[in-house]
Design a protein around this ligand. Sequence first.
Ligand code: SAH
Length: 239
Amino acid sequence: MVSKVRLYVDQPLGQGQTVPLAREQAHYLFGVMRLAEGAVLSLFNGHDGEWDAKVTEASRKGGVLTCEAQTRPLQLPPDLWLVFAPIKKERTDFIVEKAVEMGARRILPVQSEFTNSGRVKQDRLQAHAVEAAEQCGGTYVPGVAEMQKLSRVLDQWPDDRQIMFCDETMIGAASTLAAQTRGAWAILIGPEGGFSDTERKRLHRMDQAVPVSLGPRILRADTAAVAALTLWQSALGDW
Ligand code: SAH
């Protein structure tokens, strides 16, 4: 069976609800995916779960979908943020995509002292998150925040959110993740250059931070993000 087309929309979804399509959406559904009137596809909007919707009008410039039945309720990922220092463009895109697939609630790019990538385009990264959710069957799209300074993010860090601090100097230390309690968490991954001494000292002093090792080798930041998400999910998440 050919799997159904999945599309993220930002309109409300519900029984009988009609969803007008923007030009690019019509182009994708009718031009690229070759759907015609009467075809059924899956819709989600990050709030109302997943719905079967029928194409009730199709043209080059637009169209209308009509929701028929809910196929899945909203499934929120665990309350996990991924905080990371952006690296090269494609690798940053990869990190966002993987964070969505692995089940993060929020994605926060941060500028640390040794971050060498200047600006990241929030809207581009958010579009990547949407695509990843469409592809992986998710009913939720994590928000991607604008890039902020790591020091600022730590200044405002909530008391009740633990940090799985991936610290490359902890190599050899035994894992303590399994002994932690579930709840609000964040994973923190540094840039290619790693964390500065000041950042590391500050993190080690924070009550919320749990410094962890990701094995005996130094991983690239994108590998580290996937490894950390896997460890956290299997110890404290929804896997
Ligand atoms: N340049 C640094 C390595 C940075 S690796 C050095 O040579 O020491 C990029 C980020 O991935 C690190 O800041 C850390 O958050 C994470 N990371 C990579 N390997 C790790 C490991 N073995 N243990 C814990 N964190 C790791």
